[in-house]
Design a protein around this ligand. Sequence first.
Ligand SMILES: *Cc1c(COP(=O)(O)O)cnc(C)c1O
Length: 476
Amino acid sequence: MSDGQSGDFDFRTWSHRASDWAADYLESIGDRSVRPKVKPGAIAERIADAAPETGQSMEDIFEDFESIIPDGMTHWQHPRFFAYFQSNAAPAAQLAEQLATAFASQCMLWQTSPAATELEIKMVDWLRQALGLPESFKGSFQDTASSATLCAVLTMRERALGFAGNKEGLFGKKPLRIYASGRTHSSVDKALWVAGLGQDNLVKVPTGPGPLYSMDGDALKRMIEEDRANGMVPAGVVICIGGTSIGATDNASEICAIAAQQGLYTHVDAAWAGSAMICPEFRHLWAGAENADSIVLNPHKWLGVPMECSLHLVRDPEMLVRTLAIQPEYLKTHGKDGIVNFSEWSVQLGRRFRALKVWFLMRCYGLEALRGRIRNHVAWSQRLAERLRAEPDFEIITEPILSLFSFRHAPAAATDLGDHNRALVNAINDDGRIYLTQTDHDGTFAIRFVAGQFDMRENDIDIAFETITQVARNLE
Ligand SMILES: *Cc1c(COP(=O)(O)O)cnc(C)c1O
């Protein structure tokens, strides 16, 4: 460090150490409690209050990492993580992440990372084919579904305003209206906030009965026509395929037809369920999605690609680029017509090299093994739902949509089932063998179960059954 800038650690040695650590971690992850047993603030207390003036030894840094961080993490790669929706990082794709970091590439323009751009075009197309979508769909990898949905809402806005909104702003303009069922993800609400359209202009369309809880098409049509009669400007519809709470799924075919009739732009949010569409037998759930203008799904959820990787597909990239391309002189790639600059497809300018991890994942496992995992998750989860249904005092609240269902424990002795099940989910998570989350389904407190961790086995479902029933019986 005599020259005042170099750290004195050996990158090669420590890279190997880090790889060994990661391999050991993944091998023994099932022995850990899925959710850490830490109190708020306990980790922060162990971290220095300010950065050191002089570099510290990697030995010390690594030792602190090992003693402080893992025990303070929720283990998302744990095979018995059945909460939220999984966030997977298949080992082969983790390798690609390490390599992508070595480039520290900034993939905003073709010329800033040609291989990254060209691999991204190919990987988007590999996925499009795997999902059974028409060739007309092009796309890019965004950080999250929230960002892709924001881009779709911005496109709805600009399209409805004749592409004048970016320049003129929204002041003095008629309210633009966007329609979605009340069961869509909160990222749709946030997209309207950020796009300047306002929460009040997100029209929540009622939904029909279970198991799909789909948007009521007649109500949608009526609401669009009423808004138009009242001087407002209907701009787009967000279609939900596999909602976060209980997997609510709209009829994409019906809603796209209504939207087309009404001249509205459509965006499909299939953030979680979309990955399952690599299996032809599940595609009925989004039949008609091929007629939508825009689709988002998260390979970083169920497919195995590490965070962050959202696939945003559009039928007309021109409309998206017209909405989002901003080209100061220094970013122009003169004379390179036909070149794709992916920063013009998203809000962020700087972008990671995301395509590399998709390439490694799809090549190392192959589509058939990726489909096999998803099929297992769906079958195992549905089997668990049947086992719980057959147990005295357990009720299935919402039927399985793919690998997601919700249930509750309803013993005669419990006076308040909401309180009882809140206590149950907490006790289950404190037990540590599995991790579950809860939801409010139309006023009923329900415990969610979703299978989807990349390396889980059928036996993990048996452990889930034992844990749920044992903990529930002990609570009675
Ligand atoms: C997870 C999820 C989102 C948000 O995804 P991010 O990538 O975290 O922004 C949106 N919609 C649905 C249906 C989801 O399941």
